[in-house]
Design a protein around this ligand. Structure first.
Ligand code: SF4
Length: 435
């Protein structure tokens, strides 16, 4: 049996070992999964050179997955510290790590990730090109941009964010339709500046077929970047965002024509009432390709709490069709996240993903919630901790205000509704004041 990508295999009717693993993780019939992959509605990002991967699937019919952004930077250049953050993120349940390294020997770090890390690994070649070539942005040639894509492919990266939707037509449209916040995507702003200074077409758009050939060779999933995602509520769902999405829809079909797996990146900042409609528009224009969202952040005024603004938006987005949530930490818009911020961001994203899985009826999604309800009814604190999304924090909070009576908590004491209902239904007397 020979195949190039998971999509190629699925279209030939071949069940790959990766499909078997993902189907088992999802408690799903592998033949059903294969059909979703053949249509492009589900993906298994899995580079042939990523030897340590434990594959996961992404698609709206599967459990919602989360991504954690990490990587070495000028302010945090110790590779071992960053690898420790990666390992913690994987232990906490992140299915994917995006290596956004922007300083020093990025290739060594990237290769270490694909050698040691079982999570899906994603990168943004545009960032790395700027570090790797170490020269003025305008002097990077079209060939050099593409060479970086091949280098990341050889290094075993499973998906790459490629900002190919911001072509020259979009460049002009963007300039003619003023925004409050301009472009806030790092990769998008770099490509916009490169086009402005060189007068050339976006090389990832102009040479898209070459990019696809690399992706097909290594089975890289294209993550079509959203250069024009809104950076504030006022810019959401505007001409630039939707215009770029239309281009991404066309590029999705061209990737599928070469059996290359695709997901689409999405907003951004967005008022809560626009999220469901945006998910529908993406599904229609990009023909059901999985949607990977950053946030959406539902208000602009909560720096320090953007893991919460993103979790609110992420839960709604995933309920209405997004399948992959990029975590946002409390440090968003303020500084590099530290270890605590990473943890807070992961927990918030996991809550959003889990809430959405329940809402969209993923089989078994509510199992732990039901177990938690039984533990609470029994006032069994050890079991409560066991089913908690963050057992350490739950245990610490209870210990910080120990109750007078062990079978309640300090919130209501003798007024404990759970205890009193258990007693009265068991035929016991309930005397709140003299107990
Ligand atoms: S004391 Fe109140 S908050 Fe605590 S377990 Fe009982 S009912 Fe729940």
């Amino acid at each position: 049996m020979s195949y190039t990508t998971q999509m190629d295999a699925a279209r030939q009717g071949i069940i790959t070992p990766e499909m078997e693993i993902v189907a088992a993780k999802e408690s799903m019939d592998v033949e059903v999964l294969r059909e979703h992959i053949a249509k492009g509605h589900a993906i298994i990002p899995c580079n042939k050179n990523h030897t340590s991967i434990d594959p996961s699937g992404i698609g709206s019919m599967l459990k919602t997955k989360i991504n954690v952004n990490l990587g070495i930077s000028r302010d945090c250049k110790d590779m071992d510290v960053e690898i420790e953050k990666v390992n913690n993120a994987v232990k906490m349940g992140a299915e994917s790590i995006m290596d956004l390294s922007s300083y020093g020997d990025t290739r060594t770090f990237r290769k270490r990730l694909t050698k040691e890390c079982p999570a899906i690994i994603g990168t943004v070649p545009i960032y790395d090109a700027v570090v790797y070539y170490h020269k003025a942005l305008k002097d990077i040639t079209a060939k050099e941009w593409l060479d970086i894509v091949r280098m990341h492919a050889e290094d075993g990266v499973d998906f790459m964010t490629i900002h190919c939707g911001i072509n020259r037509a979009m460049y002009e449209r963007f300039k003619n339709n003023k925004r409050l916040m301009n472009i806030v995507s790092r990769g998008g702003s770099i490509m916009f500046a490169w086009m402005a200074m060189t007068g050339e077409e976006n090389p990832f758009y102009e040479h898209y077929d070459e990019v696809l050939d690399i992706c097909r060779e290594y089975d890289i999933t294209m993550s079509l970047g959203d250069a024009c995602r809104a950076g504030c509520l006022a810019d959401a769902t505007d001409v630039a965002q939707i215009g770029e999405l239309v281009t991404l829809g066309e590029l999705t079909q061209r990737a599928w024509d070469k059996d290359v797996q695709v997901m689409i990146e999405g907003p951004g900042h967005m008022p809560l009432n626009q999220i469901a409609a945006n998910m529908e528009i993406q599904k229609t224009i990009c023909k059901g390709a999985p949607f990977y969202v950053l946030g959406p952040l539902v208000t602009d005024i909560a720096p320090g709490y953007d893991h919460i603004t993103a979790a609110i938006g992420g839960a709604i987005a995933a309920t209405y069709g997004a399948s992959f949530l990029c975590y946002v930490t409390p440090a968003e818009h303020l500084r590099l996240p530290n270890l605590d911020d990473v943890k807070e961001g992961i927990i918030a994203s996991k809550i959003a993903a889990h809430a959405a899985d329940i809402a969209k009826g993923i089989p078994g999604a509510m199992e732990l919630d039901n177990k938690m309800a039984c533990a609470r009814k029994k006032l069994d604190w050890e079991e409560t901790f066991k089913y908690s999304i963050d057992p350490e924090k739950a245990r610490r909070y209870r210990a910080e205000a120990a109750p007078e009576k062990e079978d309640t908590c300090s919130m209501c004491g003798n007024f404990c509704a759970v205890k009193n209902m258990n007693r009265i239904l068991d035929g016991e007397i309930v005397n709140i004041f003299d107990e």
